[in-house]
Ligand binder design. Structure first.
Ligand SMILES: [Zn+2]
Length: 389
């Protein structure tokens, strides 16, 4: 790969013919149309989020004469360059000189570009950027792109995969899943954590349809001219969740819905009963892990481990142990009631406190309380053999 360092390109040159697409949230062109700022494999513009702190910082750096770092262009053809790295910074500069946002000056006043003093305007426009122009094969460039992005604001892995497998499939996928204008995003956000422009929904859709093998799936479908399978599978999962669980609870967000769909979507559920059971468990003070409620119900309300039912506290365990052990010593039998009825040498064994575990006499799942009256200490072997009832 060939690289040339350019030190004479100014902000003014870069911003000549700058176009920003509000709808897509992308900086598009610069350098009098010669430069494509946002190639397919670049992520959307994110410096305007967080109240625009980052884009303001770019302008403040330039005004103070601080370097804004290396920028990489890729020579696509004789007259065409695209931004390989530095798209966010270039878009910040372009947006500022076209009055898309203002900075706050030393007196705390909002200051946009066109209202600035002449010398400050000139300072920005005449700032020279450090730009590497590179020329190489697609795979060389992509490999390199992967490496340089380890520095700076890291790309999340889905953004990297979008870069590596760029093509019609990624373009269509991003149109559907990474488009913050898509009206479905609100619905999806109930179940999936993250934001559209950082690829959270695209990643989840790919993860579900590929059963976790996103890389392979993207490689196979890279040149597909449609995303039908991906979309269909994704919608099946979403529709299934909302038909089984009719009320949206905040703990539903971010669960492994793809796995749960695969495991349970062939079973029939009565949404009215499910809804009542969700409410019952939400109101149960012994349920520690509310995220587990959904899988617990899907699995037939059997696996109480998923709920992390509140266990007995240390004081309760100690007092129960004391009483139980005193009685056992009197009778010269084991202090584990299960060992007593066994046929091993353990029949008369007195276990230490830390060799025992607390058990619900009447199971929690059958309404048993987590109180002293309902607590029995068992040796670890017997408690675990009993399992979660
Ligand atoms: Zn025992």
């Amino acid at each position: 790969m060939k690289t040339v360092l350019k030190t004479n390109i100014t902000v003014k040159d870069i911003c000549d013919g700058f176009v920003y697409n509000e709808l897509e949230g992308k900086g598009l062109f610069g350098l009098s149309g010669k430069l494509t700022i946002q190639p397919e494999y670049q992520r959307n513009y994110i410096y305007a989020s967080d109240g625009g702190k980052r884009e303001m910082a770019v302008i403040e750096s330039i005004l103070k004469g601080y370097p804004i770092g290396l920028i990489y262009f890729n020579q696509v053809s004789e007259n065409n360059l695209e931004v390989l790295d530095g798209q966010q910074r270039i878009t910040s500069v372009g947006r500022f000189v076209t009055d898309k946002f203002a900075i706050v000056d030393e007196n705390g006043l909002q200051q946009n570009f066109s209202g600035m003093a002449k010398d400050r305007k000139a300072k920005i426009l005449e700032t020279k950027l450090l730009i590497y122009e590179c020329e190489g094969t697609e795979s060389q460039i992509k490999e390199w792109f992967k490496t340089i992005n380890i520095a700076g604001v890291p790309l999340v892995s889905q953004e990297l995969l979008n870069a590596i497998y760029s093509g019609p499939f990624v373009t269509l996928g991003k149109e559907e899943f990474s488009n913050s204008q898509n009206a479905n995003i609100q619905k999806w956000s109930a179940y999936i954590r993250g934001s559209a422009n950082r690829q959270a929904f695209f990643e989840r859709a790919l993860d579900w349809v590929s059963k976790g093998n996103i890389d392979d799936y993207m490689s196979i479908h890279r040149n597909d001219k449609n995303i039908n399978e991906l979309k269909k599978y994704f919608n099946s999962v979403i529709d299934w969740i909302s038909s089984v669980f009719t009320n949206v609870e905040s703990e539903m967000c971010g669960l492994e819905w793809g796995r749960l769909y695969e495991e349970y979507h062939k079973k029939a559920y009565n949404p009215t009963k499910v809804s009542a059971e969700v409410q019952k468990l939400y109101n149960d003070p012994y349920v520690k892990n509310r995220k587990g409620i959904f899988e617990f119900i899907l699995g037939g309300s059997a696996d109480t481990k998923l709920l992390e039912v509140r266990i007995f506290d240390e004081a309760t365990k100690k007092s129960v142990y004391k009483v139980q052990t005193a009685q056992a010593e009197k009778k010269k039998v084991s202090n584990c009631s299960h060992c007593v009825t066994g046929h091993e040498a353990n029949k008369i064994k007195i276990w230490k406190l830390d060799e025992m575990e607390a058990d619900h006499v009447s199971a929690w799942s059958k309404g048993g309380k987590t109180s002293v009256k309902n607590c029995e200490m068992l040796c670890k072997t017997h408690n675990r053999a009993k399992g979660n009832r």
